[in-house]
Design a protein around this ligand. Structure first.
Ligand SMILES: C[S@@+](CC[C@H](N)C(=O)[O-])C[C@H]1O[C@@H](n2cnc3c(N)ncnc32)[C@H](O)[C@@H]1O
Length: 248
């Protein structure tokens, strides 16, 4: 595992980006619509970052949640938050690509992990980790860069606080997808994901053993249903949910 990660330098700014409205009204809303009732479940949060969703999952009634992230700075922020406002979340500074928790969980969550795979083999490794750490019947749920909606050049969403760029059209396996984010306080940062074809995702989930992998959503929070502010986001969603089940 590399000791440095692109999120080490932007950990604080990334955390602040969770204040942007699309995080609450689309991202979090969609995740919890997919999750449904998770009370009493044991959860693994892969690529937990500073613990934004780890905390939300615990607050939604999960019995135990373990967050794992490769960025030391992100884990530091998550642990600080746990010290100040204890919820009982646990954090591990690890590479999700070779994680073995030693026990199987009911639910694995990956909010923007899979789009860090640069090759089909790396994607398969992430998905296999989720599969191995899940009990039969357990679900693997998350959010991802929407690889079905790759821009030709740059697509700007200033109203939502970010733009998304891909240099090649059509995109090739492993191409960089660059996100530039501007927070409401004016701080800006960027990070890179990698493109893999939608069919590569289907292949990886099937190869790992999952049944019925599907892209899900995104959905708008009911309070925003008739708000035209979200039209651009919903007409070509830059990010999207997913869900798969480990067969009994
Ligand atoms: C866009 S952030 C999302 C953080 C968090 N899931 C959220 O939604 O707030 C992506 C995270 O993936 C982490 N990450 C990237 N590659 C990883 C890997 N191989 N193992 C664990 N974490 C990884 C980064 O360090 C970063 O914290």
């Amino acid at each position: 595992m590399s000791s440095e990660n692109q999120y080490d330098a932007i950990a604080e700014a990334y955390k602040n980006s969770k204040q942007l409205p699309f995080r609450e009204y689309i991202e979090a809303h969609t995740l919890f619509e997919i999750l449904g009732d998770i009370r009493g479940q044991c959860v693994l949060d892969l690529a937990c970052g500073e613990g934004f969703y780890t905390r939300k999952i615990k607050q939604a009634g999960a019995r135990a949640v373990t967050g794992v992230d490769i960025s030391a700075e992100m884990i530091k922020l998550a642990e600080e938050e746990e010290r100040v406002r204890p919820l009982g979340c646990e954090y591990l500074h690890r590479d999700a690509a070779d994680l073995d928790l030693g026990e199987q969980v009911d639910l694995a969550v990956a909010m923007y992990l899979l789009n860090y795979a640069k090759t089909p083999a790396e994607l398969l490794r992430f998905v296999e980790v989720a599969y191995r750490n899940l009990r039969p019947g357990g679900r693997f749920v998350g959010f991802n860069d929407n690889v079905q909606q790759v821009p030709r050049g740059t697509v700007s969403f200033p109203q939502y606080g970010f733009d998304k760029t891909c240099a090649n059209a059509p995109p090739q396996e492993g191409d960089v997808i660059l996100y530039r984010v501007k927070n409401e306080d004016g701080t800006a940062f960027e990070f890179e994901n990698y493109f893999l074809k939608p069919e590569t995702y289907h292949w990886a989930f099937q190869r790992a053993g999952f049944a019925d992998f599907q892209w899900v959503g995104p959905f708008i929070h009911p309070s925003q249903q008739d708000n035209p502010f979200w039209d651009a986001f919903m007409s070509r969603p830059p990010t999207i949910g997913f869900c798969a089940v480990k067969q009994e």
